[in-house]
Design a protein around this ligand. Structure first.
Ligand SMILES: [Zn+2]
Ligand SMILES: [Zn+2]
Length: 454
């Protein structure tokens, strides 16, 4: 188990964090619908934390995770299967949060309620209208329904820092409810005693319990504590939820059962690992179909490289909360007029066209960016992108003014990136490596992020 500081957690993509949190919050062998309910709970609490709704009594200052190593150890041969199960639970509830009056709730949960959940005011001081007592007859098969624990008198004294004053074994004291109304003679022999409501003579007790004499004393040494349920009883009873799932209820039914009067809805946030929330970006992989674009000496085609980069960018930018459109998703011909029409219809915050450069009989290499005329925003983003690419080792050839049809015909911020030179054998080799393409895409993503952040 390890802990990550809250601030650090908030910098990671939300869905990824939920996947990591889940194994420490619920039994992986539970029904998928119950795991989904827990995924929504984890997300709800995370979003609530992020919004700082509980100002004073924040529930967590850090988050508890199992490391990959611990999970492998714990799940051994079921590791892959369980990871898939977690991913499914998170993915199928993507973005969903439990809300009340539009705000994410304090989604409390516990292992086993033991018959009914609790009203919030009995556990935490305040009355919370969605944390109401509900009947739960579904956790009767929980292994945690009943727990018995034996404590010696000494254990109890130590744990609770009290003293029972039983140190004198020859005390004549009664033990209420067990041994009462003890009558002794002047020799301290028991003449009569009430045991559990029945009166015995000392001799009867001596014989019945095979004691050596009627001069006996009693000292309690152990106490058995029996507890019902596990956890504080607030919100979701996990074993109950699991049973409901086994009976065919969905995660939505389960959540609505245990949280009174709530809604379950998609909740996106700017900030919490969604820094591109509200931004629309259109990526335009150049060429396609029978228009190959440029070709390298080793046979790489411009149309394939730019499509590959576009797809990676789409995935990365979406993970960061952006809304991303591609002008083509496969190897097909798309007319320039069609591309600009799409851009003008969707009106993205930025339109980024991807191409590969070519300059025969030269060893020119690196990345250059074109913007249209006096497009100050295009220039600004271009410079930020190139700076980020330079940091990962790409040669920065600067931002230039370009008179391309696309740049001219689109009424939003645009730029055209010439990612590298297919005429340069060394550079073509780089583009054949998946890792290079990923690194390059990541550099562009960081640049886009930086542009929108400042
Ligand atoms: Zn229950
Ligand atoms: Zn091109």
């Amino acid at each position: 188990m390890f802990y990550i500081e809250k601030q650090e957690v908030f910098q990671k993509p939300l869905e990824e964090i939920i996947e990591k949190l889940l194994p420490s919050q619920i039994d992986i062998d539970f029904h998928i619908e119950c795991l989904k309910a827990q995924a929504v709970i984890a997300r709800t609490n995370m979003v609530r934390e992020y919004l700082k709704i509980d100002k004073s009594n924040s529930v967590y200052s850090s988050y508890r995770f199992y490391s990959e190593w611990e999970l492998k150890e714990m799940w051994s041969e079921k590791y892959i299967e369980n990871i898939e199960k977690i991913k499914k639970a998170v993915e199928e509830t993507k973005g969903l949060v439990i809300t009340m009056e539009g705000k994410p709730i304090m989604a409390r949960y516990h292992d086993t309620c033991g018959g009914s959940t609790e009203n919030s005011e009995n556990v935490i001081k305040n009355e919370v209208n969605y944390l109401r007592k509900v009947l739960c007859l579904y956790c009767q098969n929980s292994p945690n329904l009943i727990e018995e624990k034996d404590f010696s008198i000494e254990d109890i004294e130590n744990a609770l820092k009290v003293k029972f004053h039983l140190d004198n074994p020859y005390s004549k004291g009664e033990i209420k409810g067990f041994f009462e109304d003890i009558v002794r003679d002047e020799e301290n022999r028991v003449l009569s005693i009430n045991v559990g409501g029945k009166v015995f003579s000392g001799k009867e007790i001596m014989e019945g319990l095979h004691l050596n004499s009627t001069r006996f004393y009693m000292t309690p040494l152990y106490l058995r504590f029996t507890s019902k349920g596990k956890g504080d009883g607030l919100g979701l009873c996990q074993y109950g939820g699991n049973e409901l799932a086994n009976r065919g209820y969905s995660f939505l039914d389960i959540l609505k059962y245990y949280y009174t009067g709530v809604k379950i809805e998609k909740y996106s946030l700017p900030g919490i690992a969604n820094p591109l929330y509200g931004k629309t970006i259109m990526i335009d992989p150049g060429h396609g179909g029978k228009d190959f674009g440029h070709m390298g000496e080793l046979g790489s085609k411009e149309k394939d490289i730019v499509l590959e980069v576009a797809k990676i960018l789409k995935e990365e930018l979406e993970t960061l909360g952006g809304e991303v459109y591609l002008t083509r998703e496969m190897d097909e011909e798309v007319l320039l007029s069609k591309r600009s029409e799409m851009a003008n219809r969707i009106r993205p915050d930025f339109f980024i066209s991807l191409h590969m450069n070519y300059f025969p009989k030269s060893n020119m290499k690196g990345c250059e960016i074109y913007c249209f005329g006096e497009d100050a925003e295009g220039r600004k983003m271009g410079e930020i992108l190139l700076k980020n690419l330079e940091e990962i080792g790409v040669v920065n050839r600067g931002v230039k003014e370009g008179n391309f049809y696309l740049l001219k015909s689109i009424g939003v911020n645009t730029m055209l990136i010439e990612l590298g030179f297919l005429s340069n054998l060394e550079e073509e080799k780089c583009f054949l490596e998946e890792n290079f393409i990923k690194k390059l895409s990541y550099g562009i993503t960081l640049g886009i992020l930086e542009y929108f952040e400042y």
